[in-house]
Structure formats: C-alpha cells, structure tokens
Design a protein around this ligand. Structure first.
Ligand code: ATR
Length: 294
C-alpha cells in the first residue's frame, strides 16, 4: 500500500515541498506519495480528520492554517506551543501530534550552512509576525545572550517580547524598524530578516528592511525568504562582505525534520537540497534584463 502525506494550506500551488519531499522518499525507495491538499477556509477540519487513519502518515501545514490547526490535534510539542504554530502533523495510531519544525530547521541551517552558533551573542530579528516567533524561539534554544526585535508596527514587537520573553528565558528588547541606525544594532553579530520585505512578486520585492549602512561590521545576515534565493538585502550585504544565508536552507531543513518524524529514517539532505534548488529554478526562471544578450 502506498502511504500518503501532503501539504495543507491555501494556496499550495507555489510550494516546492512536494518536489523535495518526493525526491527524498524516492531516493530511499519508500512507498510514500507527497500531495498538495488545497484547503480553503472552512475545510480545515475535514482535511485534518481524514489523517487519523491509514494510508495517511501526516501532513505539512502552511498559511493560513498554522495556528488554527492546533485545536484539531491531540497533542502539540513545546516549540509549537511557544510559537503558537504547527507546520507538521504526525499520525501515531489514530492520534495526531503537532510539531513546529521551522524552529529546528532554522537552528540546523544556521549551524550547517552558515556555521554560526548564536550562543552568547546579541542578535537582531527584523519583523514580529509568525515567522519571527519561530526564529526567536530558535535563538532562545541556542542560548543567544540578547534578542532585539525590531518591527514596523512597534506594538507587535512589544507584544512578541512580552509573550515570549518569560516563556523562553531570554533577554529581549523591542524597537521600531523605521529608522534603524548602526548605533541601534551595535554589538549584534547576527541579523535575521523575518519581514516579508524582498519577497518575489510582492510590492516590496525591490525594497530593503534596513539600510546596509546600519549593519555592524562583520555581522552575519540571514533572510528567511526563500524566493528569490537571494533578496536584495542579502545581495547587497554580501557585496560589502557580510556572510549571508538565504531561506532555502531553512526550508529544506524543516522539511528534513518532518521527513524524519514521518519515516523514522535519516533524511537524505543532499537529495532534498538538489531537488529544492531544481524546483526553484523551474518555479522562478531567470529573466534576462532588457538589453541583456541571451
Ligand atoms: P509571517 O507569518 O510570514 O511572519 P506576518 O505575520 O504577516 O507573516 O508578518 C509579516 C512581517 O513583515 C511583519 O513583521 C510585518 O510588519 P508589521 O507587523 O508592521 O505589519 C512585516 N512587513 C511586511 N511588509 C513590510 C514593509 N513593507 N516594511 C516593513 N515591514 C513589513
């Protein structure tokens, strides 16, 4: 019998999880099919209910259901509780457990791709939405000394700090993203963009969350946006010599953790990375600039 796992969200057509998860199942000759389960508002409960029996192994969960899915599950892990978001469901007999593998995925990507440990360091997180919560939780687990959360809407940054500061036992501060200066970021050795500024296809694709001049010398710069592979913020940071990491690595690592939860096998990371890169190439073909020869 072919087992099934899939992506619950709306829309799901743009996701590259089906490509890199299927490549991983195939590489290990596991009879598992990864599907896109488009789940418009109002159909989440039915979509989750059917996961309680074979042939379903579980699911990934994405926008807009990461929060709402929690009350439909039997148990959620500490990371899912702290972030208030589940991105991975695993069926054990007829029970459904919820995980947040974005948190672990970010930790692994930092370690394995960027080669950086935030332990004992000051880190600036740009943004205060759901993605920022996951990153802050990961930084707390990695024992960052201080986390500065800067957001366009200051109240949201303040709320994030109030919510997570105690639960995670990490020294946190909130601030505005408007006019970030070098003085505000002084001492930060890692800057993580968790805003949607720079996202392909959005009105802010060509914008920057903060000015490059504000970056502390030598600070590593991470953008959790995976499309484009390198946002303008990352490209300009790299140009002036900062170590950088884009969002694809985190995406693949969260997928690898989900794979391991569903199958209890080590994820074939190189296969997944190659498939993700190939899928990105297909999803966003490089467009020649006007006047550029092809
Ligand atoms: P996600 O779950 O991906 O974090 P979200 O909760 O919608 O999505 O959060 C988006 C983040 O990007 C927020 O921090 C948002 O700032 P606000 O809280 O002020 O809305 C930030 N963001 C989006 N567009 C932005 C822009 N043009 N400039 C600065 N920040 C922006």
């Amino acid at each position: 019998m072919v087992e099934r796992v899939g992506l619950i969200g709306h829309p799901v057509g743009h996701s590259i999880s089906p490509q890199f998860q299927q490549a991983a199942f195939d590489a290990l000759s596991l009879p598992i099919r990864y599907e896109r389960w488009d789940t418009p508002e109002g159909t989440l409960e039915a979509s989750v209910r059917r996961l309680r029996r074979a042939p379903y192994l579980g699911a990934n969960v994405t926008v807009p259901h990461k929060q709402a899915v929690i009350e439909l599950l039997d148990e959620v892990t500490g990371e899912a509780k702290v972030t208030g978001a589940v991105n991975c469901i695993v069926r054990r007999a007829d029970r459904l457990n919820g995980y947040n593998t974005d948190v672990g995925g970010f930790r692994r990507a930092l370690r394995e791709e960027l080669g950086i440990s935030p332990a004992g360091k000051a880190v600036a997180v740009l943004g205060a939405g759901g993605a920022a919560r996951g990153v802050v939780a990961a930084l707390a687990h990695e024992q960052a000394a201080r986390v500065l959360v800067l957001n366009r809407t200051l109240e949201r940054a303040t709320a994030l700090v109030a919510d997570l500061g105690d639960a995670l036992r990490v020294n946190m501060e909130a601030g505005p993203l408007g006019e970030v200066t070098g003085a505000m970021l002084e001492g930060c050795s890692l800057i993580v963009n968790c805003t949607s500024v720079g996202l392909a296809g959005s009105s802010s694709e060509a914008a920057m969350p903060i000015a490059i001049e504000a970056l502390p010398p030598g600070a590593a710069v991470v953008d959790i946006i995976a499309n484009p592979l390198r946002t303008r913020f990352l490209r300009e940071s790299a140009l002036v010599g900062h170590p950088v990491m884009g969002g694809l690595s985190m995406l693949v690592h969260q997928g690898a953790l989900a794979f391991e939860l569903w199958t209890a096998r080590a994820a074939p990371l190189q296969v997944m990375t190659a498939a993700a890169q190939a899928a990105m190439g297909l999803a966003a073909p490089a467009r020649p600039e006007p006047g550029e020869s092809t």
